[in-house]
Design a protein around this ligand. Structure first.
Ligand SMILES: Nc1ncnc2c1ncn2[C@@H]1O[C@H](COP(=O)(O)OP(=O)(O)OP(=O)(O)O)[C@@H](O)[C@H]1O
Length: 573
C-alpha cells in the first residue's frame, strides 16, 4: 500500500528520539507508528525487536492487520505486538523469582474468583500481599508487579530495554496507574513512540485512568510532539469525521450525505432499525463495496441483545417486507458463559434442597458480576457481586436475603418448576426464572447468546443424556462450563465480516464500511443521564462510534431523544 504523508507526519518520521503522535480517529497514528518502526528497523542489532504495546487482544488484532498493510513479512518478524498483560506475564514468569526468591506463580481469573469469594476482608490488599509475600500474581497485579520488578532490578530493566530499544504505546490516553508505572521504567532506556487521542478517552470512569496522563509523559521525557489533527484517512471523502467532531464539540452538525439521522416511534422501532441496516448494506453495495462490513452499535450490552432480536425477526416497513438479517454479535463470551451458569444452576434445583439450590444460583449470579467486573471494573459490578454473594450467605445461614431478585428466586423455587426431560424446554423454563426479574435482565440477555457459541445443540444433547440416565440434570453447571470453554476459542478468533453487533466501547480501534448507531428509548440512551450538559463523556463515546465508518453512518434515535446539538441544557429539537 502507498501512503501519502502530511507535513506533520513526515516530520514525525524524521524526528530523532521519543515522540508523541496525537490525532483524531483515522488520522493515521497507528500507520505512522509502523512506518516509523519500518524506518528504525535497520538501527536494531541482532536479537533486538520493536515492542508494540496495546490494551486488549482485539486491539492487538487490529494492529496486526495494519502491520500487513505497511510492513513486509520479514519486517513484521522484528515487531512484537502484544497486550500489556502478555508482556508482563512473560517478564514475571522469567524474572519474577527476583522479587520474592520463589518462582512466580500466576493466579488465573477462575481460581482468583473462587479465592476472592472465600476471602474475608479487602481483596485488593490480599492481592498485594499474595504478590509481595508469596510471589503469586493475579492478572490485575501484573503491571504493578512488573513495574516493581523493573524498579528493583536494574539488570532486568536494562535487559528489557536492550531487547526492546523502541517501544510503541497505543491509545496512551487509556493507560492506567500501574501501566504508567511500567512505562516510566521502560522510558529510562527505551525510545518511546506514543500514540494518543485525548478525545477518544472513553474509559475515564475507571479511577486509575488519569486524564492528565499525557501531561505526565511530557514532564517525564519531554518528547517531540506531532499532531495529525483532523487528517482523515479512514473516510477521506466523507463528512463522517466533520459530523463526529460537531457531535464532540456540541456544534450544529454539518449537512452531509454520508451521515443520515432518522427517528422512530415506539411502535415502529424494530422495523426502523431493521430497515436502516438493510439500507446501509444496499447503499454500500451501490457505492461499489462488494462485501460490506457493517457495525451496528449501541451503548449497552442489553440493548445490543435487543437489536439482535430485532434483526432476527421479519418486519414490514413502509409496506416493504423485511427478511431477517444474518449477523454476528461481538459479545463477551465470558459473560455469556457466566449467565449460562446461572441457568444451569436453576436446572439443578430439583436435586438440591431449597436453601442450597437458591444459594448456588445466587452464587452463580455473583460470579456473573465478578466476570463483568473483570472485563470492565466498575463500582456497580463489584457491588452487585457482593450483594448476591451476601444474599447466598444469608440464605445458607437461615436468614432472609435482601435483594428482590433473591426473594423472587425463593418464590420460584417454591412454585416448583417441574422439569420434564425435554432439555430445550427445561432450559427455557430455567431461563424464565431470571427473565421474569427486572434486576437480572442483563443476565437473561447474556444467557440468550449461548447460541453464539453454536453450542446449544451440544449442551442440549449432554443434558438430555444426563436426564435419560439419572432422571435429572446432574451437574448441569459443569456440562455448560466445559462445552462453552471449547466454544469460546472459536467465538474469540472469528474474523469480523458482514453485519456485526456490539457496544460502542467494543468498537474502539476497529473500522467498518458502514456504521449504524442505534439509541434505545428506555435503555441504551446516547446521553448518560447522570452526566451534566453538554455530556462530554457521552459525546466522546459517540464520536468513537461514528468514526468507525469508512464510508457511511446511519443514526437511528427515538423521536423524543435529546438533540445531538444542544445549545443549552434541556433544549429539545
Ligand atoms: N498516510 C496514509 N495514506 C493513506 N491511507 C492511510 C494513511 N494513514 C492511514 N491510512 C489508512 O487510514 C485508516 C486509519 O488509519 P490508522 O488506523 O493508522 O488511524 P488511527 O489514527 O490509528 O485511527 P484510530 O485512532 O481511529 O484507531 C486505515 O485504513 C489506514 O490504512
Amino acid at each position: 500500500m502507498t501512503f501519502t504523508l502530511s507535513a506533520a507526519a513526515k516530520s514525525a518520521l524524521d524526528q530523532e528520539g521519543s515522540i508523541v503522535v496525537t490525532g483524531g480517529p483515522g488520522s493515521g497514528k497507528t500507520t505512522l507508528a509502523l512506518l516509523k518502526a519500518q524506518r528504525l528497523l535497520p538501527t536494531l542489532k541482532p536479537g533486538q525487536e520493536i515492542l508494540f504495546l496495546s490494551f486488549s487482544r482485539a486491539a492487538v488484532r487490529q494492529v496486526l492487520l495494519r502491520c500487513n498493510d505497511v510492513l513486509s513479512s520479514s519486517e513484521r518478524k522484528a515487531i512484537t505486538v502484544m497486550t500489556y498483560h502478555a508482556f508482563c506475564l512473560n517478564l514475571l514468569r522469567s524474572h519474577g523469582r527476583l522479587l520474592t526468591g520463589t518462582p512466580a506463580r500466576i493466579i488465573y481469573p477462575g481460581p482468583e474468583r473462587l479465592a476472592r469469594a472465600e476471602h474475608d476482608g479487602d481483596w485488593d490488599e490480599e492481592l498485594r500481599r499474595l504478590a509481595d509475600d508469596e510471589g503469586c500474581y493475579a492478572f490485575s497485579m501484573f503491571a504493578a508487579s512488573t513495574a516493581g520488578l523493573l524498579q528493583r532490578s536494574v539488570c532486568v530493566r536494562e535487559l528489557v530495554s536492550d531487547i526492546h530499544p523502541i517501544v510503541i504505546l497505543d491509545e496512551f490516553q487509556d493507560t492506567d496507574d500501574s501501566q504508567w508505572a511500567l512505562v516510566q521504567e521502560l522510558a529510562k532506556a527505551s525510545l518511546l513512540i506514543t500514540l494518543a487521542d485525548p478525545d477518544q478517552r472513553i474509559f475515564e470512569y475507571q479511577d486509575a485512568i488519569d486524564p492528565r496522563r499525557l501531561e505526565q509523559l511530557r514532564s517525564l521525557i519531554s518528547p517531540s510532539e506531532f499532531d495529525l489533527g483532523g487528517d482523515n484517512h479512514r473516510s477521506p471523502n466523507a463528512g463522517v469525521l466533520q459530523f463526529a467532531d460537531a457531535v464532540l464539540s456540541n456544534s450544529p452538525p454539518p449537512v452531509t450525505g454520508d451521515v443520515k439521522v432518522s427517528s422512530y416511534y415506539p411502535w415502529n422501532r424494530d422495523a426502523t432499525v431493521h430497515a436502516h441496516v438493510l439500507w446501509m448494506l444496499s447503499q454500500l453495495r451501490k457505492q461499489g463495496v462488494a462485501s460490506p462490513t457493517v457495525a451496528v452499535l449501541a451503548r449497552s450490552n442489553p440493548f445490543v441483545g435487543d437489536i439482535s432480536a430485532m434483526l432476527s425477526a421479519e418486519h414490514t416497513y413502509n409496506t416493504a417486507a423485511l427478511k431477517p438479517i444474518e449477523h454476528h454479535v461481538v459479545w463477551d463470551a465470558q459473560l455469556t458463559a457466566a449467565a449460562a451458569g446461572v441457568v444451569a444452576a436453576i436446572l439443578e434445583w430439583p436435586q438440591h434442597g431449597k436453601t442450597d439450590g437458591v444459594a448456588i444460583a445466587l452464587e452463580a449470579v455473583a460470579h456473573f458480576y465478578d466476570m463483568k467486573y473483570a472485563e470492565n471494573p466498575s463500582k456497580s459490578a463489584a457491588a452487585d457481586a457482593k450483594k448476591y454473594r451476601g444474599a447466598a450467605a444469608a440464605i445458607r445461614a437461615g436468614g432472609m436475603p435482601r435483594p428482590a431478585a433473591a426473594k423472587a428466586m425463593l418464590d420460584a423455587f417454591s412454585d416448583n418448576i417441574g422439569y420434564n426431560g425435554d432439555a430445550t424446554a427445561d432450559w427455557l423454563a430455567a431461563r424464565r426464572v431470571i427473565e421474569g426479574n427486572a434486576t437480572l435482565t442483563e443476565i437473561a440477555t447474556a444467557a440468550r447468546f449461548v447460541r453464539m457459541f453454536r453450542a446449544t445443540g451440544e449442551i442440549g444433547g449432554r443434558l438430555a443424556a444426563q436426564w435419560s440416565e439419572h432422571g435429572r440434570y446432574g451437574d448441569a453447571r459443569t456440562i455448560v462450563r466445559r462445552t462453552l470453554e471449547v466454544g469460546r476459542v472459536v467465538a474469540n478468533e472469528r474474523e469480523p465480516s458482514g453485519v456485526l453487533l456490539m457496544t460502542i466501547h467494543k468498537s474502539k480501534g476497529k473500522e467498518f464500511d458502514g456504521v449504524v448507531l442505534v439509541e434505545g428509548q428506555y435503555r441504551g440512551s446516547f446521553f448518560d443521564r447522570r452526566e451534566q450538559h453538554p455530556h462530554p463523556a457521552s459525546r466522546r463515546l459517540l464520536r468513537v462510534g461514528i468514526t468507525r465508518a469508512r464510508h457511511r453512518v446511519a443514526i437511528v434515535r427515538p423521536y423524543d431523544a435529546l438533540p445531538l446539538y444542544q445549545p443549552s441544557a434541556g433544549v429539545q429539537e
